[in-house]
Design a protein around this ligand. Structure first.
Ligand code: WQD
Length: 336
């Protein structure tokens, strides 16, 4: 029996593939390399000493996907395929809806055809929208997301609710990620956005290594202790382990649809991250306070109780670990 990991060469997918292999599971990875590189697969093998089957396909290519189900004994799917750049999604909504929503539908339809009904979905804290109070709790109404990217997550969650209502043989976990950063401690896997990064940690590491001049801290006049925005940063390896726990839950349950926040429950400001990065890596991060970025919420973080109580998932890595590991990956890349 194998776990199908879609988008398994990507940032979170590759870290989850490592944890699945470390558990002794058989996995099959599909990825179209639209935002990842083939060498990631080699690095997954290097870290784990284990092999797996790989198909370079687009997950919305129905024929190619059916072939994967034909050739393997798949009994669950973890879906990381999809576009994820918030800013880009506002410029290319059609591409985002086609790839994320239509692609997911092809995947669900194919799963149904092959009677595979265990599914773990990478959702996002962005589904809580702008109106909910913090900390976010799973029982809150999901809101109107602030970008097409966020809307794809809201829509797919809704689609999965409807699928479960129509056929409760499905076992579904909706995992709402907060802000994943960090990388595998080996330095072999990490996050490498193309072009100028939009997210905080990829930007910080590029300033630290001299590729970018300075970080613009978006807004210094928010109603927060130091005036900068607060987020719940979660180490990608802890996040990956959350997927394993969720999959185990689905394997134990007879059926259900379950939603979990995957965050630490602790908020840090942008300046907390900058200072912790400098302290834990010894690298200087030049920054200036700039205008607020449109669409940013002042502060949000998870109520992380449910995942802890129901899954036994407790994030272990500190903000120092997240900063150090993010930097280690870049150091290793510059040496290779
Ligand atoms: C974090 C903080 C910025 C860059 C988004 C998505 C979310 C998830 C993660 C995933 C904010 C500040 C950032 C910079 C800065 N997406 N910042 N200068 O916006 O919280 O969440 O990414 O696939 O769904 O919404 O993350 O890393 O962009 O920003 O000051 O150059 O850092 O204002 O407060 P965000 P982020």
């Amino acid at each position: 029996m194998s776990v199908l990991v879609t988008g398994g060469a990507g940032y979170i997918g590759s870290h989850t593939a490592v944890e699945l292999l470390n558990q002794g599971r058989d996995i099959v990875i599909i990825d179209d390399f639209s935002n990842s590189k083939p060498e990631v697969l080699e690095n997954i093998r290097k870290i784990t000493g284990k092999d797996f089957k790989f198909y370079q396909i687009d997950y919305s290519d129905r024929k190619a996907l059916e072939n994967v189900f034909e050739e393997n004994n798949i009994d669950s799917v973890i879906n990381f395929a999809g576009f994820k750049a918030v800013g880009e999604s506002t410029k290319k909504p059609i591409e985002y809806y086609i790839n994320n929503v239509s692609g997911a539908l092809v995947l669900f339809d194919t799963m149904r055809k092959y009677n595979v009904k265990k599914f773990v979905f990478s959702s996002s804290a962005t589904v809580y929208g702008e109106k909910n109070p913090i900390p976010y709790v799973e029982t809150m109404e999901t809101g109107k997301a602030s970008s097409p990217y966020g809307s794809t997550k809201v829509f797919i969650e809704q689609i999965l609710e409807d699928i479960y209502k129509s056929d409760n043989e499905w076992d579904i976990a909706l995992l709402r990620y907060f802000n994943p950063i960090g990388s595998h401690e080996s330095g072999l896997l990490g996050e490498e956005p193309q072009g100028i990064p939009n997210n905080l940690m990829p930007y910080i590491v590029r300033v630290a290594c001299g590729q970018l001049k300075e970080l613009s801290v978006f807004g210094g006049d928010y109603d927060t202790p130091d005036g900068t925005c607060i987020r719940d940063y979660i180490h990608v390896v802890d996040l990956a382990k959350g997927h394993i726990k969720a999959l185990e839950k689905l394997e134990k349950e007879r059926s259900g649809i379950f939603t979990y926040n995957l965050g630490t429950g602790v908020g840090y400001s942008v300046l907390d991250v900058v200072k912790t990065f400098e302290k834990s890596t010894g690298q200087k991060v030049a920054y200036k306070i700039a205008d607020r970025r449109a669409g940013d919420l002042p502060a949000f973080y998870a109520n992380a109780t449910k995942a802890k109580e129901e899954l036994g998932w407790i994030p272990e890595k500190t903000l120092e670990d997240m900063c150090r590991d993010s930097w280690h990956y870049i150091e290793m890349r510059s040496k290779s």
